[in-house]
Design a protein around this ligand. Structure first.
Ligand code: C5P
Length: 420
């Protein structure tokens, strides 16, 4: 099997040093890596380091390349399976969104017919600036995968979103983008061509629940579960990327909001049920949240204290509303209603039973016996009245994208879009 070929474009920013680790990870995984570095990028990493690590020539200058062979830059941009921009600076994102081609990197990005993945890195104010957000939305609309930057302390001393995602996370996103490639190819029938404006969910409204819920016992204690929210957030990101208007009702998680997603944070199941009700009507609802089954029957307004006698305080529980079953019965039931089920045994049988019990259209079942919640990949089975669709283990972002293709097809079959 031929190894995936990555064209890595390195923009200018302090985070450029992380591209060295990314090249190392990609080479370790057996990928063929070709690096292109912008003039600003050269201030932070040297072409020599990149050449040594990638074991390939590093390209810096548009005119060198033109001298090399006729239309060398076109060839370079199309030779890869995936074009990755890391770090994608505010300037590079702006040029990409506007279609400016004034150096080798931007010329390749405009000339390529391959999927493009951008990992942004910039100062928090620059990331949050409406101009950058507008550019990100434009690029996503054009079919570019723009990762969310990490949150945290920045080299400049400020705090917030804007840090380059860790090289391991970029590698995961690259794996996901490569895994999603064939699905896009299959849809368009054009090999190796990721169409601009591939927005199969354009004009659709999608509601997603994600994360755990926290059910307070007293002001400092709560009942919770191990849900990380990663799969639900990846689904929200993929839905926005596919052009949908996305409402994400999120339990307490430490994850950045995917670009283009409207997020409402909640803590408890009752709050989540409320927000979901207010979010209807939608075309599809995907309930990924691991909602606590029970909450404390009475919450204490003060911290419950040990009284020294060794007596344990009673903890009476009461059942939480089943949000998914409630939406299924409501007058505003979405055209497509999807539940998730994490099981440790008899995965399919439990999912089939849950499908009937909850009144939804699909249950996305995953086996969490070997890989508990919080991992980076998922092996899922889509259980519906039409049968079982079992997928290989995939990164969560790839599961999300594949699910969006399936949802788009199903919605188009059940209720064609106005514009269709
Ligand atoms: O019953 P169980 O928790 O296994 O069902 C899982 C599915 O039901 C998930 O889609 C979850 O989001 C949803 N659910 C819900 N409200 C609850 C419990 C589960 O929406 N109270």
């Amino acid at each position: 099997m031929t190894k995936p070929r990555i064209l890595l474009i390195i923009g200018g920013g302090i985070a450029a040093y992380k591209s060295i680790e990314l090249v190392r990870l990609l080479r370790k995984a057996g990928y063929v890596v070709r690096c292109v570095i912008t003039r600003a990028g050269e201030q932070f990493v040297t072409p020599l380091t990149l050449a040594a690590l990638s074991e390939n020539k590093v390209y810096t200058n548009l005119f060198d390349l033109k001298d090399e062979v006729e239309m060398g830059h076109i060839q370079l941009s199309r030779e890869a399976d995936l074009v990755v921009v890391a770090p994608a600076t505010a300037d590079l994102l702006a040029k990409m969104a506007a279609g400016i081609a004034d150096d080798l990197a931007t010329t390749l990005l405009l000339a390529t017919d391959k999927p493009v993945l951008a990992a942004p890195a910039m100062n928090v104010r620059m990331w949050l600036h409406p101009a950058t957000q507008r550019n990100v939305a434009t690029l996503r609309g054009d079919g570019v995968t723009v990762m969310a930057p990490d949150d945290g302390e920045m080299a400049c001393g400020e705090f917030g979103p804007g840090r380059l995602p860790e090289p391991a996370a970029i590698k995961d996103a690259i794996d996901a983008a490569l895994a999603a490639g064939p699905a896009i190819t299959a849809m368009t029938g054009q090999p190796d061509f990721a169409p601009a404006n591939h927005r199969p969910l354009y004009g659709r409204r999608i509601l997603i629940t994600a994360g755990p819920t926290h059910e307070p016992i007293d002001p400092v204690r709560y009942i919770a579960n191990r849900s990380s929210g990663k799969q639900g957030f990846a689904i929200a990101a993929a839905a926005a990327e596919a052009g949908a208007e996305v409402l994400l009702v999120a339990g307490p998680v430490d994850l950045p909001t995917p670009p283009g997603v409207i997020r409402v944070d909640v803590e408890t199941a009752v709050e989540m049920a409320d927000e979901v009700r207010q979010g209807l009507p939608v075309d599809a609802a995907i309930m990924v949240a691991a909602v606590a089954d029970w909450r404390a029957a009475d919450t204490s307004v003060q911290k419950i204290k040990k009284d020294g006698s060794g007596a344990v305080p009673p903890l009476a529980l009461t059942e939480n509303p089943d949000i998914l079953a409630g939406v299924a019965k409501s007058a505003e039931r979405p055209t497509l209603l999807i539940g998730f089920a994490a099981e440790t045994n008899d995965v399919i049988a439990h999912a089939e039973a849950k499908l009937a019990k909850k009144g939804c259209d699909w249950i996305v079942a995953n086996d969490v016996s070997a890989d508990p919640m919080g991992g980076e990949s998922n092996r899922v089975h889509i259980v519906s009245k039409d049968g079982i669709d079992s997928w290989d283990r995939l990164p969560k972002a790839a599961v999300a994208r594949k699910l969006m293709e399936k949802i788009a097809d199903e919605l188009d079959a059940r209720s064609p879009r106005q514009s269709d």
